[in-house]
Design a protein. Structure first.
Length: 205
């Protein structure tokens, strides 16, 4: 079993990384392997809704990190996505990538346990947390909980490690994800049959 931890911060070792590292430590202590994926500070494309990925399961823009992330998420047993909070939301560059990673690709990630974690100075954590969780709930990914919202607080790099409560939430999250992964593996049932999407609009019924 392995979990991919996505660091959605341009900083490789900032507070988002500190939070994800605490999750990873708990996963490792429970026998689950982990790997990190760094968003970085390079330019990324936004989704242009061309729909080509419905045929290829890859994005037409091949000059940034999106396709590499698609491949790693598809190969993982579980996913944790972390982000700093910018203007009470997740990092815009991360969301631009995730729009492309998830659009028309739900089948690649369906039934993989997933969680979001956020790092903020003071406010905006719950809004950013909510934003990230929406990617999972539209993709049939069971959302793993902690014992409180998955947020850490700190401003300067590394300060989040001083947030005792936040770090505890990360450890509990890692333990809960390990439990869910093991439960799925040991008592696995056939996944529910996919249903055709009964899409409607209010102009044509």
């Amino acid at each position: 079993m392995n979990v991919l931890l996505v660091n959605g911060s341009p900083r490789a070792e900032g507070n988002t990384y500190a939070a994800l590292s605490e999750v990873a430590g708990a996963l490792n202590a429970n026998g689950v392997g982990t790997a990190f994926f760094q968003l970085g500070a390079g330019a990324v494309h936004g989704c242009v809704a061309c729909g080509k990925c419905a045929e290829t399961q890859r994005c037409v823009f091949a000059d940034d990190i999106a396709n590499a992330l698609i491949e790693k998420m598809a190969a993982a047993d579980g996913v944790v996505i972390g982000s700093p909070v910018y203007y009470a939301c997740a990092n815009g560059a991360l969301c631009a990538v995730l729009d492309r990673v998830f659009f028309m690709k739900s089948s690649l990630y369906a039934f993989k346990p997933a969680a979001a974690v956020v790092a903020c100075r003071r406010g905006g954590a719950s809004a950013a947390f909510d934003r990230l969780n929406k990617y999972f709930t539209i993709s049939k990914m069971p959302v793993v909980s902690s014992q409180y919202w998955n947020a850490v607080h700190g401003f300067l790099p590394g300060e989040a490690r001083l947030d005792r409560e936040g770090m505890q939430q990360m450890r509990v999250l890692g333990e809960n994800m390990a439990w869910m992964l093991k439960s799925i593996r040991e008592g696995r049932q056939p996944t529910p049959e996919s249903q055709p999407w009964d899409r409607m609009d209010f102009h044509h019924g």
